[in-house]
Design a protein around this ligand. Structure first.
Ligand code: DHB
Ligand code: FE
Length: 292
């Protein structure tokens, strides 16, 4: 049987990918940010998953205003890094896991969540930057990512976006789906995006360290309360792009202490917590939780 053993949470700023691709990680501006992921890279080597279920958002790269799925699961065998305007990032192609992804689609749809099935999709910084942060720089030709990845795209770009509560409930359905897969697989679930940032309008540049750190506390200790945060609070307190944080609730809802919407099992172990400002326009937050 497949099992979720850990969840990883991280921001996804495109400039982080550019800093890695252009060899700037040791510059004064970037050094403290990358230092916060040194532990995580060691942890990834010591806890290598068989599959990563990676919750992320597309930034009008694979999808556009022509078609906007709220929740989309990647069932393809391979995903290419997207061209986001300066050419595709020089990172390896992402290998999928069509068999497990199709199983999850079947199970989650039968648990009453409407997923869009995606057989062809390029993946932007929302997916490749978390992989780079956690796995380090990879040569696009000679290297590969450590394991197959199932991309799970959430619409947090075009209103209306899903609520945190719905994301949290969906996480529970995804865990059930994974645990009903008939092969012994060690699965990590990643929730990415956030933390506070606003890229446009009069409040562009907004960062809210206090709110972000309270959100990190809730993700660790009280995700049931975090799931109740209304949409308008994210926008008000964490900025218009801070809404990306609802994706963290999918990964947190899939952890084993969450049963029937309540905290019932033993709490996950906090392996790592990191927060850093600034990275481009965004507050960077990062957690690693292991199931007890
Ligand atoms: C930035 C952050 C994002 O989440 C994004 O998608 C694009 C840009 C930034 O901070 O520059
Ligand atoms: Fe983003």
């Amino acid at each position: 049987m497949a099992r979720i053993t850990a969840s990883v949470f991280t921001s996804h700023v495109p400039a982080i990918g550019a800093a890695m691709d252009l060899g700037k990680t040791q510059e004064d501006y970037w050094k403290p940010l990358f230092a916060g992921y040194e532990y995580s890279r060691e942890w990834m080597k010591d806890n290598k998953p068989d599959v990563i279920f990676l919750v992320f958002n597309d930034h009008a790269t694979a999808f556009s205003l022509e078609m906007i799925p709220t929740f989309a699961i990647g069932t393809a065998a391979q995903y290419q890094p997207a061209d986001e305007g300066w050419g595709p990032r020089p990172v390896p192609a992402v290998q999928g896991h069509p068999d497990l992804a199709s199983h999850i689609a079947q199970s989650v749809i039968q648990q009453d969540f409407d997923l869009t099935i995606v057989n062809q999709m390029d993946v932007d910084h929302g997916l490749t930057v978390p992989l780079s942060l956690m796995c380090g720089q990879k040569d696009p030709v000679k290297d590969a990512w450590p394991c197959p990845v199932i991309p799970f795209a959430v619409n947090v770009v075009q209103y209306p976006v899903p609520s945190g509560q719905r994301c949290f409930n969906l996480g529970q359905a995804i865990r059930k789906a994974i645990e009903s897969y008939d092969e012994d697989l060690n699965v990590h679930i990643w929730g990415t995006g956030g933390m506070s940032h606003q890229l446009q309008g009069p409040r562009a540049g907004l960062i809210n360290k206090e709110w972000d750190n309270r959100f990190l506390d809730l993700m660790i200790e009280d995700p049931v309360a975090a799931a109740k945060i209304p949409h308008i609070e994210y926008v008000r307190e964490a900025g218009s792009e801070g809404i990306e944080l609802v994706m963290w609730l999918i990964a947190r809802g899939a952890m084993s202490d969450v049963v029937d919407g309540k905290l019932q099992g033993p709490a996950p172990k906090l392996k790592h917590r990191f927060f850093h400002v600034p990275a481009s326009n965004t507050a960077v937050g990062h957690l690693i939780l292991e199931n007890a």
